[in-house]
Design a protein around this ligand. Structure first.
Ligand code: CMP
Length: 227
């Protein structure tokens, strides 16, 4: 089984660090396994640690008072989360739930803040990632406020393509599409609209659906039409 450091060297916010520093990061945290659907923490909890995904996937969600859920993003191997409450000292901005069995590397607040002070490369990489997340959030605001149902579903497919898709010869393949209810919670629409729109995209030849596998056949054209 790979050691924590063997995973940590592939984590983008720890890119460009030498082996000694990676080993050091490996020794300041610990790993913990979570089962599918386990809640890692809830929105409004106090935050005392940040998490790096060694294996698995999680969803970042906010819930309304009447129990409706919006999925802000899905994070997978080598992504991190839980940094916001450590940086601004406020409570957790969202809940995070494992969507499959996952192993997470956990770094406590003091250790994380020390790493940022001692290794400015980590701080710069972190800022880069947070900038990308802000861009993705801007796109989502545009989609939720300005787009029709088709545009909302397309935005979610583009988001998933970026996060978990694999590109080959202009075709993006998403191996394991989230459940239609989860797609609806990401798009801010209903499960029926997701089903109808995916079939309409398939009929128009934009996508190919095979069980939980989805291919966006001409990714550049699809992105340019819907972004
Ligand atoms: P924190 O607020 O500590 O706990 C919830 C975490 O979810 C947050 O830190 C971020 O790591 C992550 N998160 C919150 N909002 C988003 C978003 N829009 N995109 C990606 N990650 C997010």
């Amino acid at each position: 089984m790979p050691s924590n450091s063997e995973y940590l060297m592939y984590v983008p916010i720890f890119a460009d660090l030498d082996d000694v520093t990676i080993q050091k990061i490996g020794s300041v945290g610990f790993s913990k396994k979570y089962s599918k659907d386990e809640i890692i923490f809830r929105e409004d909890d106090p935050g005392s640690a940040m998490f790096v995904i060694l294996t698995g996937k999680v969803k970042v969600v906010r819930t309304s008072n009447d129990g409706r859920e919006v999925i802000l993003t899905i994070l997978s191997q080598y992504d991190f989360f839980g940094e916001m409450a450590l940086l601004d000292g406020l409570s957790r901005s969202a809940s995070v739930i494992a969507t499959e069995e996952s192993e997470l590397f956990i770094i406590q607040r003091e250790e994380f803040l020390n790493l940022l002070k001692l290794h400015p490369e980590i701080s710069i990489n972190l800022l880069q990632e947070l900038t990308q997340r802000l861009r993705a959030a801007d796109l989502k605001i545009k989609s939720l406020s300005l787009k029709d149902a088709e545009g909302k579903v397309a935005t979610v497919l583009l988001q998933l393509a970026e996060e978990i898709g694999k590109i080959k010869h202009g075709v993006v393949e998403i191996d394991k599409l989230p459940l239609q209810q989860d797609l609806a919670n990401m798009a801010g629409t209903s499960r029926e609209t997701i089903s109808r729109t995916l079939h309409s995209f398939a009929k128009k030849g934009y996508v190919e659906l095979d069980g939980a596998k989805l291919k966006i056949l001409n990714f550049d054209k699809f992105r340019d039409s819907y972004i």
